[in-house]
Design a protein around this ligand. Structure first.
Ligand code: FES
Length: 711
């Protein structure tokens, strides 16, 4: 084999200098003068290069070892490589070359040497992203850059420049059979001219030239986006090494068409052009997110070559411009349950002209690409243990199973966990109560608010909240206050606020025919400075209706999970992962006390962060991960809770706090639970007090109809 005119011999039986690469352990003998990059390529060692070995990109950096290595049987030294030449000195001057490192394409073998390939010089590297908690995976992006020298045209050799480019790519890089986008063909000749017939090309999926730049262009970026019904979040990452350069989020402007998903479907049904309008605004919002991420990272949007997107089925369909109304009623048919690949320009996103967008596959009518992203991030399909993965939003997406079987369902929890339908509820924002503890003896509360590290009974709390006030209770605070009120005996297992306790504490106050608990008395705004007054803090109550709303929401979630357990034939689960903005903030113990999810070992219940967005990031950086999730999604068994006869039964049992009848082996060990509701009182418990307006599960079909009627 020859490369660059140098004979390369990888056989250990012949003469030449011995070169051993770590961490791969690959070794071979090479004629003096062979570059380390050529030696690596001949042995199949994972050593990166974009500039084709011209000393420009710095991707091929290696570390020659010094000393004796009896295990390998060699004496290694940097002195066994050619001395640093002009190219390495120039690279060092321009971009910096750490002492002890060499450019593999410029360092020639002169004697035996042991060469370490650091992780950042490996094409397929293992990564753990800083700032974004991501499991280990191998970076293998769908877009790769190659720099090549293209033959100049000659009268004697007819043929187009594209054919010469494709031939050069095959010869220099071994990529064959390439086709090119029109935009790339259009840019080719200007790039050849200004680059002196050296160009860098972006190759998508090993098949298509999607971009061309003159000379060396060493910047390929991608963006992973999670379109939630409330917020849209994104990460901008370097496709070469996976480094996340910027993260940001924007509100989903579709909120003005309806707070929850079914309201938006109703809007599409009832307003001509409604779906088109929602598509327009969500694309605008995603576009502004892309521009914002690029600005934060101080890069041009034209350097964005790839975008991945996850979202629930309705967000997915609306973003693509697909009518979502079939998702509003049985049989909840998806337009497609396969991954979707489109050009960024087709969905009006600002990016490089040749950029592609990849949407992870949806799983079922109410279990979307966001659930697929969460599955990819948490990999329950690789585990022996039974994992329950829950993304808690207005519509909870629930996945249960292990490597043997994976089931998925959604449950219409409604917006209570996001603070809607709660008298003092608000979104998680500075000033919102997020943690609550209630003294069992005095029934006095103490709490913490977002934006302050102090508890309300600590010195300095008032000062630390004077700019935000104490303005409401966010989802995690609601879960905690109801769980704590239950533990303190203020709320009974059937969810009734015990009015008899009004004799013991002024915190229990009559509220019509029911009672409320005063979590915070509130007060006027505090003077901040000359003529500046901080926000006033309202009186914050937990009302009987608040408790009912949370019971309905949590029972829907629990019942969905329990239904999947029934289908899987298991009575216990080994691990619970709570995902999503709300799920990640919930305290596991309080989630179990409230009965949000079935009982599980407390130390195995935890937050999964924005697992859907993390899954989008993994898919952005790994082609293998895309193949994997496409395969796994096809094996997921879908359970439609809306038509399951047992859902109602499971729902009624789950209305009690924590649950009417389920054994609570793990939770009982962690806390002293007040008397449990009797199993045969389940229906009564579900009905709650006579004043309860409804204890029916928020049936999806009914929800759709009633929302329509309201409008
Ligand atoms: S391969 Fe680009 S600097 Fe060595």
């Amino acid at each position: 084999m020859t490369a660059g005119g140098t004979s390369i011999e990888a056989s250990p039986t012949r003469g030449g200098a011995q070169v051993i690469f770590t961490p791969s352990g690959r070794r071979g003998r090479f004629d003096p003068g062979t570059t380390i990059l050529d030696a690596a390529r001949s042995l199949g060692v994972d050593l990166d290069s974009v500039c084709g070995g011209r000393g420009l990109c710095g991707r091929c950096q290696v570390v020659p070892a010094e000393g004796s290595f009896p295990k390998h049987g060699i004496e290694s030294s940097d002195g066994h490589l050619s001395p640093r030449g002009a190219d390495e000195a120039e690279y060092d001057r321009l971009r910096g070359l750490t002492a002890g490192r060499r450019l593999g394409c410029r360092a020639h073998v002169e004697g035996d040497v042991l060469v370490d390939v650091p992780p950042e010089s490996q094409v397929h590297r293992q990564v753990v992203r800083k700032g974004v908690p991501v499991r280990d995976f191998v970076i293998d992006p769908v877009v790769r850059l190659y720099e090549v020298e293209v033959e100049r045209p000659e009268l004697a050799k007819p043929g187009g420049d594209l054919a010469r480019l494709v031939a050069a790519l095959e010869k220099e890089w071994g990529v064959s059979g390439l086709v090119a986008d029109l935009g790339a063909i259009r840019d080719l000749q200007p790039a050849l001219e200004s680059g002196g017939h050296r160009v860098t090309v972006a190759v998508h999926n090993g098949t298509t030239i999607t971009g061309i730049w003159p000379g060396l262009h060493d910047r390929a970026l991608g963006i992973a986006i999670d379109i939630g019904s409330t917020t849209i979040a994104g990460h901008l990452a370097n496709l070469a090494d996976g480094e996340v350069l910027a993260s940001d989020g924007v509100m989903n402007p579709q909120i003005r068409f309806g707070e929850d998903l079914m309201s938006r479907v109703s809007y599409a049904m009832l307003h001509e052009g409604g779906a088109v309008e929602m598509t327009r605004v969500v694309r605008e919002a995603v576009g502004s997110l892309v521009r914002g991420l690029a600005a934060r990272a101080e890069i041009a949007v034209e350097d964005v070559l790839e975008i991945t997107i996850v979202g629930n089925p309705i967000m997915h369909h609306l973003f693509l411009g697909i009518d979502p109304t079939p998702l509003g009623s049985a049989p909840f048919a998806l337009a497609t349950d396969r991954a979707v690949r489109v050009r960024a320009s087709e969905v009006e996103l600002p990016a490089h002209e040749g950029a592609r967008v990849y949407l992870l596959p949806c799983i079922a009518g109410h279990v979307g690409a966001d659930a697929a992203g969460a599955i990819l991030a948490e990999t329950p399909y690789l585990a022996d243990e039974i994992t329950l993965l829950v993304d808690v939003g207005t519509n909870a997406e629930i996945v249960l199973g292990s490597r043997d079987r994976l089931l998925a369902a959604s449950s219409p929890t409604g917006p209570a966990f996001e603070g809607a339908q709660i008298s003092s509820g608000q979104r998680a924002a500075p000033g919102a109560i997020e943690r609550v503890r209630i003294d069992r003896a005095t029934l006095e509360p103490r709490f913490r608010v977002i934006g302050s590290a102090r508890w309300s009974d600590e010195t300095g709390f008032a000062a630390s909240t004077r700019r935000t006030g104490v303005t409401g209770i966010c989802g995690s605070g609601i879960v905690e206050v109801i769980a704590e009120l239950f533990l303190a005996g203020v709320i009974t297992a059937d969810g009734t606020i015990d009015g008899a306790l009004a004799a013991r504490t002024s915190r229990i106050v009559p509220d019509g025919r029911t009672f409320s608990y005063v979590l915070s008395e509130g007060g006027p705004g505090v003077r901040l400075g000359e003529g500046e007054i901080g926000p006033a803090s309202p009186r914050l109550l937990v009302t009987q209706n608040d408790v009912r709303a949370i019971q309905l929401a949590k029972a829907a979630l629990y019942a969905g999970a329990r239904l999947l357990m029934d289908h899987l034939g298991v009575q216990t689960i080994d691990r619970v992962k709570l995902a999503g903005a709300f799920g990640s903030q919930i305290d596991p113990l309080h989630a179990l006390i409230l009965g949000l999810v079935p009982d599980a070992p407390l130390d195995r219940v935890g937050a999964a962060g924005n697992a859907a967005g993390t899954g989008a990031l993994i898919a952005l950086l790994s082609v293998a991960a895309r193949r994997e999730i496409e395969r796994v999604v096809r094996t997921v068994e879908k359970i439609e809770t809306a038509i399951e006869p047992r859902f109602q039964e499971r729902f009624v049992e789950a209305m009690a706090i924590p649950h009417a009848s389920a054994p609570l082996v793990h939770l009982s060990k962690a806390v002293d639970l007040p008397g449990r509701a009797k199993p045969d009182a389940g229906a009564d418990a579900a009905a709650g007090s006579p004043r309860s307006s409804s204890s029916r599960p928020p049936n999806r079909r009914r929800q759709s109809v009633s929302t329509s009627a309201e409008r």
